[in-house]
Design a protein around this ligand. Structure first.
Ligand SMILES: C[S@@+](CC[C@H](N)C(=O)[O-])C[C@H]1O[C@@H](n2cnc3c(N)ncnc32)[C@H](O)[C@@H]1O
Length: 353
């Protein structure tokens, strides 16, 4: 979007908003954590609440609440009326109560905030330079199962939020050909393996992931009562010549390939092609940057790419569909169906050439 016609005074204000964006972000985190948004919302039908009353009700200093309210008002998060009472603006309401915004704020704060400081270094080195703020691993996936609980919760909620809503529709697609053996590559907590086992009582699902994740996934599968039909295979796709056991009717990869560079994706897709039965198919579900109807969704994906750069692995991103199409072809697969799922996702169904 061009902003050539913007007035200098507006442009400088936009620039200052960016210069102080971390201040505003942390103020919002505090307004949420301290219960200030919720209290203001509670008073919406009583024409708002004053600074002094917020301070009294929450037992916080007038000074402390005051500095937060001030910047939130300037940023159009709160409105102050002529009686100096505060109400949430629409933006304030979303910051306080929208589930997607909630998941994104927690992910930014708990998983990424400290690490983002090292973004320049990550670009220079091609390494996730911010990851040292969480632990000493090559990629975040090696540390996922042992992250501190609040960080792990924010990571899993972010991950699941963007796949949970489409799982049902995706399951109908995955099982439309009645596969007997499904590999879930990037099985994570076992959510797909559990839903798939509930969906079809004859399928056998093999969860494929790093050992740490599989430990968590296997526990969840056992608790759900599907231990007999769900097997597993440990793999590190970044090791030398990773291979899958032969015999998959369907290989399912949801929000998985974006965790890898283009070269690494090619290795994974070639290994998948080798593991497929002759009539088998690889199903890739992704949120592609070039398939989003809303600018906002594209913006979230672009921010997610920076998470990959600085925290996750230093070399992957959310891709446009064209990149995946090219790699599918190079891996000896052909795209046989290109299916939108839900508002943001696409499934690519591929067979061996
Ligand atoms: C973003 S999660 C996707 C989870 C799930 N499929 C979903 O749709 O919600 C990526 C998964 O890939 C796995 N993964 C990342 N790097 C890996 C590697 N080098 N080898 C094996 N699995 C890996 C992670 O452990 C994680 O479970």
């Amino acid at each position: 979007m061009s902003n050539k016609s913007i007035r200098a005074i507006d442009a400088v204000q936009e620039a200052e908003k960016i210069a102080f964006a971390p201040f505003v972000f942390q103020a919002v985190v505090a307004l949420r954590k301290l219960g200030i948004f919720e209290l203001i919302f509670k008073y919406r039908k009583k024409s708002g609440i004053s600074l002094e009353n917020i301070s009294k009700e929450l037992q916080l200093s007038v000074y402390g609440v005051g500095v937060l309210l001030e910047i939130a008002e300037s940023y159009n998060i709160l409105n102050k009326d002529e009686k100096d009472c505060f109400e949430l603006t629409k933006t304030g309401y979303y910051l306080a109560f929208d589930r997607t915004v909630d998941v994104n704020i927690n992910f930014t704060q708990d998983v990424c905030y400290k690490g983002l400081f090292h973004l320049t270094e990550a670009i220079e080195t091609g390494k996730p330079a911010g990851l040292k703020e969480l632990g000493d691993w090559e990629t975040i996936y090696q540390g996922l199962s042992v992250l501190p609980k609040n960080i792990q919760k924010a990571w899993f909620e972010f991950d699941h939020h963007y796949s949970d809503d489409v799982f049902q529709e995706a399951l109908e697609f995955v099982f439309s050909n009645n596969p007997k053996t499904v590999y879930d590559v990037g099985a994570n907590t076992g959510k797909f393996a559990i839903s798939g086992s509930k969906y079809s009582d004859s399928v056998s699902i093999k969860m494929i992931d790093l050992p740490g994740q599989l430990q968590i996934a296997l526990k969840n599968v056992e608790l759900a009562g599907f231990k007999d039909r769900v097997t597993h295979h440990k793999i590190d796709w970044l090791s030398e010549n990773p291979e899958l056991p032969f015999g998959a009717d369907t290989i399912w990869m949801s929000q998985f390939l974006d965790c890898f560079s283009e070269d690494e994706i090619l290795v994974i897709l070639k290994a998948c092609a080798k593991a497929l039965t002759d009539s088998g198919e690889v199903l890739i579900m992704e949120t592609f940057t070039d398939r989003q109807r809303f600018d906002n969704a594209k913006f979230i994906l672009e921010a997610t790419s920076l998470y990959f750069t600085v925290m996750a692995n230093g070399n992957s991103k959310m891709y446009p569909s064209t990149v995946l199409m090219k790699l599918i072809d190079q891996a000896g697969l052909k795209l046989i169906e290109d299916r939108p799922i839900g508002e943001y996702h696409t499934i690519f169904a591929c067979k061996k050439k």
